[in-house]
Design a binder for this molecule. Structure first.
Ligand SMILES: Cc1ncc(COP(=O)(O)O)c(C=O)c1O
Length: 400
């Protein structure tokens, strides 16, 4: 009999963290590896936000706080939702946790029973299906297509819903594709949900601020106010404010759900770091202009990577609306062999060979539930990106 739980055996460790670790190991062994695996901005946290954290330490704001957030941060979250999304929430409808990840985890743990289904469009952020499994639920994965820009269609959503469906997990702009749903595309999905009142929406808006070419970000409860009472709108400071290490995520939704999430947090981690909460107050309430500056940098890098990938024989790379990822197809390379004799029979084999033979770390598509693809995170310097894309081009050209 295994000492470890049966639930755990159904769950796999995060493949994106595994790629980053492998790249670090190769680098430590003296190899010149370029990492395009990590999902975090390469910018420093803005100075005013860092100063707010330091101030919190010096002012002794270093004790336990309310389990799901200090009143000042909840007020800042309410103001953000009103200002940026046209959504009215009271502090009792807001939850703050140690990262967006904990928010999603709490919500799933608080609501899933065995047999409950959660609709997850693929490719998906790696943690969604495993969190559903940890909660005892059943992920219902719906594969999107490159031809449809990796977006779920209303017909696909309709077909995936059963009497056991509890949630749709919605993520726009998406990790790993960068695909963002325009207002009419989202409205077509919310129209389907309006016909199924038992289905709730967990919307992961983590990349809200990283959108390009004037793309208008929308969130489900804003596009369809009729869904307000069954939507959990999740967000966080990690990506937009370059605060991945501070670990602050937040959400707003119905009071009963927020209270249930608080109960779980009270019996697991308790409050998120007090210092980080004060820094997040400054992030949400302070100047927002650096977001535009960072966005321009990301857009330039996106164009660089998309251009270089589409100039690579065997690779097709759509131009995404947001985030800092692209998700090229390697359909044209499957069946080839590397100079060192590795068979490219899957996207995992491609990513392994690329790391071993060209020293570029990317994450293979199977990790996100849609093959044959790979994910490039372009949250790294222009120089590193150019060099990495050149290596990918040389590597692909060397395949026979
Ligand atoms: C789509 C998506 N949701 C949630 C998260 C988690 O964010 P956090 O670092 O705040 O836990 C990430 C981080 O990679 C993400 O890409």
């Amino acid at each position: 009999m295994s000492f470890l739980s049966a639930t755990l055996s159904r769950v796999k460790p995060s493949p994106t963290i595994a790629v980053t670790t492998k790249a670090q190991e190769l680098r430590a062994a003296g190899h010149d590896v370029i990492g395009l695996g990590a999902g975090e901005p390469d910018f420093d946290t803005p100075e005013n936000i860092r100063a707010a954290g330091i101030r919190a330490i010096n002012e002794g704001k270093t004790r336990y706080t309310a389990v799901d957030g200090i009143p000042e941060l909840k007020a800042a979250v309410c103001a953000k939702f009103a200002r940026e999304n046209g959504l009215d929430y009271t502090p009792a409808q807001v939850s703050v946790a140690s990262g967006g990840k904990q928010i999603l985890y709490n919500a799933l743990m608080a609501t899933l029973d065995p047999g409950d289904e959660v609709v997850i469009p693929a490719p998906y952020w790696v943690s969604y299906p495993d969190m559903v499994l940890l909660g005892g639920g059943t992920p219902v994965v719906v594969e999107t297509t490159l031809e449809n820009s990796f977006k779920l269609t209303p017909e696909q959503l309709e077909a995936a819903i059963t009497p056991r469906t509890k949630w749709l997990i919605f993520n726009s702009p998406s990790n790993p594709t960068g695909a963002g749903y325009a207002r009419d595309e989202l409205k077509a999905l919310t129209d389907v949900l309006m016909r199924h009142p038992h289905v709730w929406v967990m919307t992961d808006d983590m990349y809200e601020h990283l959108v390009f070419d004037g793309f208008e970000f929308c969130t489900p409860a804003q596009v369809e106010p009729g869904l307000y009472d069954r939507t959990l709108t999740c967000n966080g400071v990690s990506k937009a404010y370059a605060m991945t290490g501070w670990r602050i995520g937040y959400a707003a939704g119905p009071v009963e759900l927020i209270a249930a999430m608080r109960k779980i947090q009270s019996q697991s981690t308790s409050n998120p770091c007090s210092i980080s909460q004060w820094a997040a107050v400054e992030a949400l309430n302070g100047p927002q202009d650096f977001i535009e500056t960072n966005k321009a940098v990301f857009q330039r890098r996106r164009d660089l990577v998309v251009g270089m990938m589409n100039a690579t024989p065997g690779i097709t790379c759509p131009t995404p609306e947001g985030a800092f990822y692209v998700y090229p197809s390697i359909a044209g390379l499957i069946g080839k062999t590397t100079p060192q004799g590795r068979a490219i029979d899957s996207d995992e084999a491609f990513a392994t060979a690329l790391l071993e033979e060209a020293k570029v770390a990317v994450v293979f598509g199977a990790a996100f539930g849609l093959s044959p693809h790979f994910r490039i995170s372009y949250a790294t310097s222009d120089e590193a990106l150019k060099e990495a894309c050149t290596r990918i081009q040389t590597f692909c050209a060397s395949l026979r």
